[in-house]
Design a protein around this ligand. Sequence first.
Ligand code: FAD
Length: 404
Amino acid sequence: MDRRTLLKTAAALAGLGRFAAAATGLRVVVAGAGIVGASIAWHLARAGASVTVIDKQGPATHASRGTFAWINATWAKQPRHYHRLNQDGLSQWKTLQQGLEIPVRWGGSLEWFDRAERQASLAGQIAEQVAWGEPARMLDADEFSALEPGVKLLGAESAAYSPNDGAVDPVLATRILLSSARSSGARIQHPCELRGIRTDGHRLVAVETSTGTLPADRLVVATGAEPRIPELTAGIAIPQRSTPGIIAVTRPLPRLIHRIIVAPGIHLHQRDDGRVVMGEQDGAPQTEAHAARLQGRPNDFPSPVIARQHGHRMLEIARRYVPEIEGAEIEQAVIGWRPLPIDGHPVLGTNPQRPHVYLAIMHSGVSLAPAVGQLVAQELTGDVSLDALAPYRPTRSFRQVRRY
Ligand SMILES: Cc1cc2nc3c(=O)[nH]c(=O)nc-3n(C[C@H](O)[C@H](O)[C@H](O)COP(=O)(O)OP(=O)(O)OC[C@H]3O[C@@H](n4cnc5c(N)ncnc54)[C@H](O)[C@@H]3O)c2cc1C
């Protein structure tokens, strides 16, 4: 690492290590090595906690692999407090990017709808974004083409431009976070399944796993869409509406798109390595055959042939907007299950009856991971309750809101 990078890294990380004294000696098991668990573990390890990360399969094998990985604080992030948390996520990604050299591709997003009334409300939502401090604006077709000459603005005459947004390779980011946590002393164990906890009154004694017992003072449950673990460990059931989505990735292509494209029917971005990532907006077709196949919540298709078929189906949609994507080869197509508390907001905190078990379950976990990691580590090591997380406690009453 050269001197300039070293200084930048030191500056970026100085603020993050400020809870070190309080945390020293605190034994924390983080269950779940997705991007959320990895970020929490990294912040905890940096703060001096003795951290063990366990995962029943391996790092970034579930939602943090099957995700579109758009880092955003756009109109869907409602209300204001949740929008602010996502804005915090964006700015903390910049710190992480510098500190850990995680490649994030910035440049903003372009989004539009093909229904006139939805498009009209989008303009209203963008006005609200501006009031909330975002440099967002609506672009006409000429401005759109100037930014994205290879993309057709089909079905609308304008698009919302959110210049602050970015995208990341979530698997790589998770691995970098874990590897840096390991450099700060964390242990990473997989396959190792969380099975239960052992307590002595209000005190946590140990975490029980498929490979043995781990002595611990705190357990962080970052097990994503897994439905049973919160009740088993924290004694509190989190109502989730986990929905599946397909993510397909092409082999590297010459640069076709520069920004995140959120078009009717498909989401697209192109990584620095040339791979185009495609996410489907509408989810799986509602057929009996699909329902049967999805029952066991698979993360992979039954065969590589079927995976490629889905990838090609998505390429057909993408080709309407990006003609030059025709002929691209599908490298990977996977299924992701959204960890999705039914009100669309994160679950962050403890059940007062089991204060040693901290739940961290959320959608938009890619956008939020850096901010959430820091705040959760701060609560755990400083034994404080932060106002920024007050709306997301697991003891709230959950009301169904369909945002995703
Ligand atoms: C199709 C799709 C598109 C998305 N698009 C975006 C987007 O554009 N932007 C965005 O910000 N977010 C997006 N999300 C949401 C985001 O991907 C998730 O919020 C985030 O990945 C959650 O990370 P996580 O670490 O909490 O969960 P996961 O990545 O699911 O990690 C949980 C881990 O827990 C492990 N685990 C489960 N049970 C146990 C157990 N008993 N013991 C040990 N380990 C266990 C699993 O093996 C897994 O590795 C999307 C999600 C999907 C599915």
